[in-house]
Design a protein around this ligand. Structure first.
Ligand SMILES: NC(=O)c1ccc[n+]([C@@H]2O[C@H](COP(=O)([O-])OP(=O)(O)OC[C@H]3O[C@@H](n4cnc5c(N)ncnc54)[C@H](OP(=O)(O)O)[C@@H]3O)[C@@H](O)[C@H]2O)c1
Length: 392
């Protein structure tokens, strides 16, 4: 088969998502040709959706010339591509970056999550059987480690228990990709980021889950009870033990069960992208790569940052032994029910080995920024200014 383009051509799935859009834009800005597989949704075609995103990134027209949007769906046979696009995928793609995924943790959505993360991947791999693609980049997650405690190897490991359907299906997807790529002599890179937040220098993000969700919940409570106190006499706030101090600080009595050995492993999206590009470049032989922060952030520290930034009092991390001595108050019940799927991550003791990735990135002077209070402030300012993505 003769290639039409001199540039390296990438197929990127999940280009309308958080990491996929950053990868697509990152590749375009580095002069590559990018085919994005995207769905039409809510009366917008795949191209219209990508256009909106590229505007958000501020990508100039001349930087978009090497982008082609292929309308399709992982869950449809042949990815739902028309004949012309299917042919393009078969004969023009050199490398594929698979970022598309259903990232829901909800057990109720098991069937849908499984369909996208496992069977959708199978559909994608089937398309490659007869294609020019020789390298497959799978964006997975460090949390394929499941309920493992302590050190999690930067390698394929046997895991039997998972916290949710997301972890389980991502684990199964890795195993499927490994088998397929070995059998078809395709190089496989498995990238396992931990929890990704916005750009550490600008705070910009196009997804507000992970780190943001519990904080957004507290911010929602803050707005709700402040309004109740200032506009409606404060009955609801009093029932929940919420009060507004004279200095404007809101007392929100929410304990979060977590000890100092636990924490969230947080990496900014700019670090993920730099790491992804460097690993792809430096490691043509593929492998498994933990793109993680060498230092997790304790929930105690996150609670302290949240209190300081949002002018709150009462939100604090409490050791599990101490926590169970007192029944949960109404606000804690409400908070826990809002963040129920994130519960296990509040008590996360997993440590991700990262020696292979660190050796590659260290050689390129790439390191994970510390999740400091100034970084937190930058990210939360953006979150609040955009009303957690509603005004982006
Ligand atoms: N964000 C994180 O903190 C994080 C951390 C670790 C690992 N990861 C991994 O990184 C990858 C990307 O995650 P993300 O945070 O960018 O998620 P995201 O913003 O939710 O994006 C998911 C993408 O997958 C697409 N998609 C879902 N089902 C599809 C289907 N049937 N056909 C075609 N496209 C489909 C979505 O398209 P629509 O826009 O049409 O829905 C969207 O573009 C995932 O593999 C995730 O496991 C993410």
């Amino acid at each position: 088969m003769v290639k039409k383009h001199k540039q390296q051509t990438f197929l990127v799935t999940g280009g309308t998502g958080f990491l996929g859009s950053h990868v697509a834009v990152g590749l375009l800005s580095r002069g590559h040709r990018v085919l994005v597989l995207a769905r039409e949704r809510e009366n917008a075609s795949a191209s219209q959706r990508m256009d909106r995103l590229l505007n958000w990134f501020g990508l100039r027209k001349d930087q978009r010339k090497d982008l082609k949007v292929l309308q399709g769906d992982l869950n449809r046979p042949g990815l739902g591509l028309n004949a012309q696009d299917a042919r393009m995928v078969a004969v023009e793609v050199d490398e594929t970056v698979h970022c598309a995924s259903d990232t829901s943790f909800s057990t109720r959505r098991r069937e849908q999550v499984e369909r996208t993360n496992v069977f959708g991947l199978e559909n994608l791999l089937n398309v490659f059987r007869e294609s020019t693609c020789r390298a497959f980049h799978l964006v997975s997650t460090a949390y394929v480690a499941g309920k493992r405690k302590g050190l999690c190897a930067e390698d394929f490991e046997q895991v039997r228990e998972f916290h949710n359907v997301y972890e389980e299906t991502k684990f199964r997807a890795e195993a499927m990709a490994a088998k397929y790529c070995a059998e078809n002599r395709i190089t496989l890179h498995v990238y396992r980021p931990s929890i990704v937040y916005g750009d550490s220098t600008t705070g910009r993000t196009n997804l507000f889950n992970g780190l943001y969700y519990p904080i957004r919940t507290l911010h929602f409570f803050q707005k709700l009870y402040t309004r109740d106190i200032l506009e409606n006499g404060g009955k609801k706030a009093r029932e929940m033990g919420v009060r507004l101090e004279k200095d404007g600080v809101l007392h929100l009595p929410v304990r979060i069960q977590s000890s100092d050995e636990c924490g969230l492993n947080l990496i900014p999206v700019n670090y993920f992208l730099e790491a992804f590009m460097a690993i792809r470049r430096q490691c043509p032989e593929g492998g498994v790569f933990h793109i993680v922060n060498p230092r997790s952030t304790t929930i105690r520290r996150l609670a302290e940052y949240t209190r300081r930034f949002f002018q709150l009092e009462g939100v604090r991390a409490v050791d599990p032994d101490e926590y169970v001595k007192r029944a949960r108050n109404g606000l804690e019940l409400l908070f826990d029910s809002h963040i129920r799927y994130y519960g296990p991550y509040m008590q996360d003791r997993r440590i991700f080995e990262h020696s292979r990735t660190s050796a590659i990135l260290g050689g390129q002077n790439i390191s994970c920024p510390e999740f400091s209070y100034p970084v937190f402030t930058t990210c939360m300012r953006y979150a609040v200014e955009t009303d957690w993505g509603r005004l982006k």
